[in-house]
Design a protein around this ligand. Structure first.
Ligand SMILES: NC(=O)c1ccc[n+]([C@@H]2O[C@H](COP(=O)([O-])OP(=O)(O)OC[C@H]3O[C@@H](n4cnc5c(N)ncnc54)[C@H](OP(=O)(O)O)[C@@H]3O)[C@@H](O)[C@H]2O)c1
Length: 368
């Protein structure tokens, strides 16, 4: 069991300072006792860690000093240098995710050191043997088990992977969860081929931008949607053919202009999903991995069967696809788009930015 002690950033400093004062006082008045406090102080210095804890749904995360974060048989402790947010973390803080059991340290993405080597973490736990779907025991790092928004994280040894050498810790931390989700949606599910025309919806998002970068690397013609014109312009500057604002779209003229799509990748769902279906060419594939805009209420079966469309749901990716994704990123020298890097002390500001959808790419926390 982990012992949580509520402390703000400053309180953490005071905590150590108070112990230092303790030590000095005892050293001055009692040599023997001072030795004891020196040991305690050094122990705390080396074995305590800072972590962002969700104590209660609907509340800000609390930066705490955690004692007794112990090793466990079959697990290793990774020193986390950078961690990245996913929308899942926001859903969890709002209580919009199954199986929330506070207190818990959130965070599925991380990069850091293990035994002096630079590593990134595969957030999968117990995917199972079937690449087609995850096992009933499957879960993701950062709920229900403690995650990467902490100086140390406990993971199975086979879940660490050498950090791609062309990436900084912040870039590498941005990669795992979003990268693997995008990889499976684009390649395993939609079987994207070079030269095909792809639409990526909501390009400001973490997963969407990986799907975008992977599709460009594959030699596809990529178009985007977004709720912000400036994000579309940014995507065009990175190689997109063009885009449309889903808030103000004239879908018919967009369809004419583009000629329709072979592959569509979406995370919004909702009533806007039918617009994506209409943009499909005959024989197209659509994959969605999220439901940000809720239920899809107005699907037209006639359009789907007459165009011979395939619609896939997808979630995360198997360990094998995680490894393939890392190789793909290395081969194509893909650098994750990092929107911003926040100190762990300002993590709640980072959460607010994601909640408001102001980012273009991944929001990263610098842990140490
Ligand atoms: N199943 C899985 O394994 C899995 C994995 C990762 C994520 N997800 C889910 O996928 C979604 C995105 O996750 P993320 O981490 O990439 O989030 P994120 O970085 O916070 O991005 C949010 C995304 O939502 C888009 N969006 C909002 N309203 C939209 C609309 N009406 N139409 C199209 N796009 C819209 C935004 O696009 P703009 O900013 O461009 O407007 C942006 O791409 C979340 O629902 C998340 O839970 C699922």
């Amino acid at each position: 069991m982990v012992f949580y002690e509520k402390r703000s950033e400053n309180a953490f400093k005071f905590y150590n300072t108070a112990n230092l004062a303790n030590y000095i006082v005892n050293f001055t008045f009692d040599g023997n006792t001072s030795c004891f406090f020196v040991i305690i102080f050094l122990f705390q210095l080396f074995f305590d860690m800072k972590a962002l804890v969700l104590d209660q749904v609907g509340q800000d995360l609390q930066l705490k000093n955690i004692s007794n974060y112990e090793d466990e048989e079959g697990y290793i402790l990774v020193d986390v240098h950078a961690a990245a947010l996913n929308h899942r973390d926001v859903w969890i803080t709002k209580g919009m995710y199954p199986g929330i059991e506070p207190p818990v340290i959130l965070g599925s993405d991380g990069a850091g050191f293990y035994e002096g080597k630079e590593v990134i973490i595969n957030p999968n736990h117990l995917w199972g043997d079937n690449i087609k779907f995850q096992s009933p025991q499957y879960h993701i790092l950062g709920l229900p088990t403690d995650g990467t928004f902490a100086e140390k994280v406990k993971v199975k040894k086979d879940k660490i992977h050498p950090k791609p050498s062309h990436l900084s810790f912040e870039e590498a931390a941005a990669l795992p969860l979003s990268g693997m989700t995008a990889y499976r949606a684009l390649f395993t599910k939609c079987n994207l081929q070079k030269g095909e025309r792809v639409l990526i919806s909501g390009i400001g998002g973490g997963v969407a931008l990986f799907a975008f970068q992977f599709a460009i690397a594959m030699g596809a013609e990529v178009w985007v949607t977004s709720g912000s014109d400036w994000k579309i312009e940014k995507a065009i500057s990175m190689g997109a053919q063009g885009g449309i604002n889903y808030k103000t779209a004239d879908w018919k003229s967009f369809s004419k202009k583009t000629g329709g799509f072979d592959v569509v990748i979406d995370s919004a769902g909702g009533d806007g999903f039918m617009n994506l279906v209409k943009l499909c060419k005959p024989g197209a594939r659509i994959c969605f991995y999220g439901g940000t805009r809720g239920n899809i209420n107005q699907l037209n079966p006639q359009i789907i069967f007459w165009k011979q469309l395939s619609i896939f749901g997808s979630t995360m990716a198997s360990d094998q696809e995680f490894n393939e994704m890392i190789d793909f990123v290395g081969e194509h020298h893909i650098v994750p788009v990092v929107d911003s890097v926040y100190s762990i002390n300002n993590a709640n500001e980072a959460f607010k930015k994601m909640e408001q959808g102001l980012q273009f790419g991944k929001i990263v926390l610098k842990i140490q």
